[in-house]
Every structure is written in structure tokens, then in C-alpha cells.
Design a protein around this ligand. Structure first.
Ligand SMILES: [Fe+2]
Length: 223
């Protein structure tokens, strides 16, 4: 495990972008906790709420936040992204390309927490098959397993939150998704500094050799 490059695939660390990080001081602390946990790359995923945000101003705020981070002397590699909340018509939203993860065609999609309706799956289908995105479902552990199973079979990939991985890790559905190569990211989903990277480090240990596979999948997605 020691030579595995750890990637945090879901983190709210961009100063002033959302409730995850108030300012550059908090950001600095979050990034220092990440580095202490051995994380070399953080995918920065501020919330994007289509009913509240405008893509152009979101991107300009994100550029400012990244600019502040770039002045820190010690920091992990940061990949700009967004955690895009599902909405009806998302696949038609202008400038959606600006919200992908780094330079990839992947979108980190947050879904409603209730059981998913047929129209949700139709929207996902349009994102994948009409728009050509790779849809990565944020924190797959938070939804109903049958809904995730359907989405994975449609071509979605998944990101697992570290908080869902307990020391004796035997949640069959998650293991099954990991072993099928569907989980492409382990995320701290860090907000503030209270939990820091404790859960992330615990998950890395509990997943044992599976951590390596997930990190390789992350790298393949991010390259
Ligand atoms: Fe999040």
C-alpha cells in the first residue's frame, strides 16, 4: 500500500465556493490534513446547484479560488471539478462542458436521495448517449442499491465516500461494485476540518488491496 498514490476524488476545499470551505485559512488546513494522510491529488468538487448557480459566474469564482490555492507553498495537486446536482433538463444546460472533472469528459453527478424516477434515468441516458459524458455518480453509498445497480448497468461509474467504509468492511453491494471495476474514486467529501481525513485514512486501510484498484481507476479516469 505504501507506494499507492492516493487521490481524493470528492472534496469541498475551494475557498468561498460553498459551505465546505469558508476561506483560504480553512482551505490550507484541509489541504495540510490531506497531505498528512498521504493524498497527493485532490479533485476539488464544489457544489453546483443548477437552480441557484450560473455556470459562467461559478467558473469565474472557481478560477479565483484556484488562484488563491496556487499561491500556497505546499499543497497537493488540485484538479478543478464540480459536484453537479441533478435537475430535469441538465443534459440541455448550456456550458455543461465547463463543469467536467479537469480536462476529462466526466461529470460528477449528485442525485436526489429519494428513490429515482424513470425521468431521472432518462436524463442520465441523455448525458451519456446524447452528450457523450462519462457520468460518475457522487457518493454511491447514499442511494438505494437497486437504483445504483440500474445506473451502473446503463454505463455510469461510481464514487464511494470514505465514511461508508467501516473498519470491518463487508458491505456486499459496495464490494461487488468495486470488484466489477465500477468504483473509480474514493472521496473524503470533506466539509470543514472537523472529520479531516480520519475517515479517508480508515477507508484506505479497510479496503486493503481494493484501494489500489480504485486509485488506478481514478488515475485512468483523470488522465
Ligand atoms: Fe459533496
Amino acid at each position: 500500500m505504501s507506494n499507492v498514490q492516493l487521490i481524493d476524488f470528492h472534496a469541498h476545499v475551494l475557498p468561498g465556493m460553498d459551505h465546505g470551505c469558508k476561506n483560504i485559512t480553512e482551505c490550507k488546513k484541509q489541504l495540510s490534513l490531506a497531505m498528512s494522510a498521504g493524498v497527493s491529488t485532490v479533485v476539488a468538487t464544489p457544489h453546483f446547484y443548477p437552480h441557484q448557480h450560473n455556470v459562467a459566474s461559478f467558473i469565474s469564482r472557481r478560477t479565483e479560488a484556484l488562484d488563491q490555492i496556487s499561491r500556497l507553498s505546499q499543497r497537493p495537486n488540485i484538479i478543478p471539478a464540480a459536484e453537479v446536482l441533478y435537475c430535469k433538463g441538465l443534459s440541455d444546460m448550456p456550458m455543461l462542458d465547463s463543469l467536467t472533472i479537469g480536462n476529462t469528459d466526466c461529470i460528477l453527478l449528485e442525485m436526489p436521495f429519494s428513490r429515482w424516477k424513470g425521468e431521472y434515468f432518462e436524463e442520465i441516458d441523455r448525458l451519456i448517449n446524447l452528450r457523450g459524458y462519462k457520468v460518475i455518480l457522487a457518493h454511491v453509498d447514499r442511494y438505494s442499491s437497486p437504483d445504483i445497480e440500474t445506473a451502473l448497468n446503463m454505463g455510469c461509474l461510481g464514487q464511494l465516500n470514505a465514511s461508508a467504509v467501516k473498519p470491518i468492511f463487508n458491505k456486499i453491494a459496495y464490494l461487488h461494485w468495486i470488484d466489477r471495476g465500477k468504483i473509480v474514486g474514493l472521496g473524503s467529501d470533506i466539509h470543514g476540518t472537523y472529520y479531516g481525513y480520519k475517515e479517508y485514512s480508515r477507508a484506505v486501510k479497510a479496503l486493503k488491496s481494493r484501494t489500489h484498484g480504485i486509485m488506478l481507476n481514478s488515475r485512468n479516469v483523470l488522465l
